[in-house]
Design a protein around this ligand. Sequence first.
Ligand code: COA
Length: 187
Amino acid sequence: MLLRGIISTPLPSLHLKKTNRNVCVSAQTTSINKFSISDQELESRGFILRRTISDLNLDHLNSVFVAVGFPRRDPEKIRLALEHTSSLLWIEYKKTQKPVAFARATGDDVFNAIVWDVVVDPSFQGIGLGKAVMERLIEELLAKGIYNIALYSEPRVLGFYRPLGFVADPDGIRGMVYSRKNIYKKS
Ligand SMILES: CC(C)(COP(=O)(O)OP(=O)(O)OC[C@H]1O[C@@H](n2cnc3c(N)ncnc32)[C@H](O)[C@@H]1OP(=O)(O)O)[C@@H](O)C(=O)NCCC(=O)NCCS
């Protein structure tokens, strides 16, 4: 999963296990004081941080989803979902004007939020972009006073979310999902 980056720093190696099981984790972070990489540093490395969908090409975003193994989705449905998304961040690679990192959160805008679609284009993984979007997404939610932030994590990605303040099964609480996919599996 960890492929070439465009930044010359050495990339850390990751040992990823393949599995489809998701677990629910929630954030217990109360504040993020500073970002691991500043907006200016991102800019100097050729990336622009964006918070609206006005310049976001949904076909390109879909391609990033597909590249990391998510199913290709109807762009019109993605557009609708994003219009109903209150907090959203993506990073554009200036050279190609394409999205290379993305994360969003939905919720009640008061108490609770759930993070969805955290992705980094495989060619840009391992250079801090995933952390950059997640740190800012969390900061934005905390600034709104939302302290209960949950997400579903593939087991192989738990190690990415933990340092950001997410814990699995906090106080023994387990996530449960009603999914048509699961129902079809049983019948
Ligand atoms: C998971 C993902 C978003 C991480 O983005 P990224 O840009 O590659 O990660 P970063 O370079 O920002 O890494 C930040 C830190 O997390 C660590 N990290 C990254 N992926 C990790 C993983 N799978 N397991 C453990 N640690 C991980 C990095 O080593 C780095 O550590 P450091 O801060 O100590 O240097 C990206 O790999 C991805 O898109 N994966 C496929 C889609 C996916 O699984 N999304 C999550 C759905 S639940």
